[in-house]
Design a binder for this molecule. Structure first.
Ligand SMILES: Nc1nc2c(ncn2[C@@H]2O[C@H](COP(=O)(O)OP(=O)(O)OP(=O)(O)O)[C@@H](O)[C@H]2O)c(=O)[nH]1
Ligand SMILES: [Mg+2]
Length: 191
């Protein structure tokens, strides 16, 4: 299935993630700068639906995009950006944990985006653990695969897969759109 319509609906700073229409949500989590906004743009074939930042850590709101009038992509602020104050980083992580644990809206799935060259960080592992404990469906998107040669890419994917054996890991590039069909298929299976 293709995405024929994608529109920005709103940015949420507080804790109210319901939009009053009960449409399903899929969430995109990940460290700052891993390409969350770029992945969303690549899926909807628009260059700047979600703001892509030269300076990481720019997205502060959880941004809601309505897709095909039938579900939402939620672009969460990145966690773990080193240049932010510890206090602010903790605040961000708390908000994400709150959404995962207590929000009135449960996402149908969480797509955890990582930079394939960096692999899983400590915060990503914590996130996977908490998502698992709260029975969320999780898929890891190993983004920026275009930055690795084929053999290095395969090696890195299998080592990420070994670290997170119960989660599927999708090689992806928001730049070349490698993996797009597989990712769309996964998303459509959840919503
Ligand atoms: N080579 C390459 N670069 C990418 C890819 N995806 C994103 N980028 C680049 O990575 C940088 C960060 O991308 P964003 O989409 O803004 O990342 P983000 O995770 O939304 O960042 P925050 O909102 O700050 O948390 C930008 O310079 C993008 O152009 C990719 O697949 N390949
Ligand atoms: Mg972003």
């Amino acid at each position: 299935m293709e995405i024929s319509k994608a529109e920005f609906v709103k940015g949420v700073i507080g804790d109210d993630y319901g939009l009053g229409d009960n449409l399903p949500q899929v969430a995109f989590f990940g460290r700052s700068n891993v390409g969350k906004s770029s992945v969303i743009n690549s899926l909807v074939d628009k260059k700047d639906l979600a703001k892509v930042s030269k300076t990481p850590g720019k997205t502060r709101e959880a941004n809601f995009f309505r897709i095909n009038d039938s579900f939402y992509f939620v672009d969460f602020p990145g966690y773990g950006y080193a240049k932010r104050s510890m206090k602010e980083r903790n605040k961000m992580i708390k908000r994400i944990f709150w959404y995962v644990k207590y929000s009135n809206v449960r996402p149908k799935a969480v797509f955890l985006i990582i930079d394939v060259k960096v692999g899983l960080t400590v915060l990503d592992r914590d996130m996977i653990k908490i998502l698992g404990e709260n029975k969320h469906q999780v898929v890891i998107i190993a983004n920026k695969i275009d930055k690795l040669e084929k053999i290095a890419a395969e090696k890195q994917i299998s080592s990420i897969q070994k670290e997170a054996p119960h989660v599927s890991v999708l090689p992806y590039s928001a730049k070349t759109k490698e993996g797009k069909d597989e990712l769309l298929k996964k998303i459509m299976g959840f919503v």
